[in-house]
Design a protein around this ligand. Sequence first.
Ligand code: UTP
Length: 291
Amino acid sequence: MIHSAIVPVAGLGTRLLPATKSQPKEMLPVAKKPIVQYVVEELAAAGIERILFITGRGKTSIENHFDHDPELDRSLRQNDKNGLLSELEYERLAVHYFYTRQRWQRGLGDAVLCGENFAGEEPFLVALGDSIIGLNGHSTISRRIAEVYESERAACVIAVEEVPHELTASYGVVAPESEGDVFRIRELVEKPAPDRAPSNLAIAGRYVFSPVIFDMIRRVEPDRRGEIQLTDAIRLLAASGQPVVGVRLAPGERRYDIGNFRSYFETFLEFALADPDYGAELRQRLRRLCR
Ligand code: UTP
């Protein structure tokens, strides 16, 4: 059983400027909730009990969001707004939160390395704080990769998603050894051009690692932008003969990566249209606007 997860949220989110000038991209709302709340709820549903956020400057609103706010609670009760208390139920998730700072934004591999002491000798999950899996975050992928980690005695399990072949240059891409929903991974390439991509299976922002990954991250050379890529560390792991396994997202379990405005707008719209209170009305309004 895997009890701990690392959620990196330290990136600068420059592709979403100016929205991210003074607020973390992981706190941007998608329909009614901030992105990172969907991520945390998915992890809690997978049985995760301890979450370490890898934060940075300007990210304290994430801490505040997951803290209990007694004043707000009191104000809602006193002002006859008890109905809204249910919106704060996520504050009671059975999760212990931990925070540490990545002092220099040296890439995702470096961010995960900041969690070494937290993980200790135990395997752990990594869930990117800017990626929601499944409409409204309803996905069992974290639980499934944790189960596969144990059943396959893997050193690393990665959730992967099929993407259009012409878009491989935006993702880390894996080379599977076989067909099927669960397969051994032979090789990984960060952002390959379509003609050099070993498949169209993209890394989907959820991983399970044995602590051996930390040694691999330390061996990775920074890329041209000075970033330590997590994909490079996993490649070293696979090359050293350790089992690296891929698990496909199920149909309907697509990844919403809120890294740029196109995907942010699309995701917001899709989630808002699915909202039980406002979706139907919004659909009509959109039809009128698109005429
Ligand atoms: P991205 O690769 O989207 O990087 O991060 P970014 O720096 O946030 O975005 P841009 O390119 O400037 O627009 C994927 C996830 O990894 C975290 C981010 O916070 C995000 O949740 N991350 C990235 C870190 O924690 N540290 C880093 O150094 C880089």
